[in-house]
Write a protein that binds this ligand. Sequence first.
Ligand code: FAQ
Length: 324
Amino acid sequence: MYSQALNTKDTAAADASPDADRFQARIDAEERIEPNDWMPEAYRRTLIRQISQHAHSEVVGMLPEGNWITRAPSLRRKAALLAKVQDEGGHGLYLYSAAETLGVSREELTDQLLSGRAKYSSIFNYPTLSWADIGTIGWLVDGAAIMNQIPLCRCSFGPYARAMIRVCREESFHQRQGYEIMLTLCRGTPEQKAMAQDALNRWWWPCLMMFGPPDTESAHSDTSMRWKIKRFTNDALRQKFVDATVPQGQFLGLTFPDPELRLDEASGHWQFGTIDWDEFRRVLAGNGPCNRDRLTARQKAHAEGAWVRDAALAHAAKQQRKAA
Ligand code: FAQ
């Protein structure tokens, strides 16, 4: 049912036609590629793969936080969380629209997600056990998403790059609301601080996995970097995230669950311990703590929304008949 297993290195980009040379020259000159421009089939497929996985991540990513809307500790927190979850749904919609410009339909992509054939970010297969998890998701998950997505604003494919600008602005609001929850908890009672620490302990390593496998095992990085879809490798972005986040955690007075974490004075980078890539592979293979729940929730929502889609189609047909 789940096809999230890792692939081997990409060999798809070996197109040596004059069109491909011209295309690469445009990329090298930092020109934007638009939907009606000529593009190698492998470039189109790579974008559909990445953009649709990204869209699915936004939509599945609504579930862990949606779980806390009814239990947010105040009206202010509830309103902010509701707006944030709604934003994530909006990001999914921009991204599906960007993918559609490449000639794939929304229905096809939805079907890939609901049938378990499509990947979405590993991070959303972990449970949200306490209110501090909502702070941690904003601080760390949105923080990691921003680190990955700011460079995507310069992606060579126009519709994806443009969608990312608005997405990043919204994600930075999300990150701040998460950090503010953490700050409140860390300045609160000992129990609240312990709850924040427990959430950091559970989310830290899965957040580092969000950036994807190590560069030596990344199937698509080389090709995607050549096409300027990706501007940095997985490991480079992971390191940037650790460097930006450790001082934020120290300010909160929290301890990272990594005894090997230390600042390398010479390079100015935070060195961190070994990531459990077996856990990452297990989650991608469909065996994370919440994979089945997430898919079941999406399937249920899709089935229960059938009448809305039917009504919208019937309304559109009626409008068309009227206009004719
Ligand atoms: N989880 O060769 P690479 C968010 C897959 S949005 C699952 O390195 P690539 C907002 C990868 O797809 C979070 N699968 O691949 C939010 C590939 O599989 P395939 C999502 C993963 O594409 C916040 C295979 O492993 N963001 O959080 C993961 O060059 C809060 C080999 O990997 C994006 O999607 C993973 N963590 O680099 C929402 C950003 N990592 O297709 C709600 C755009 C790798 O061969 C609440 N995407 N895989 O079957 C990207 O930047 C890239 O696709 C990477 C992976 C960096 C994720």
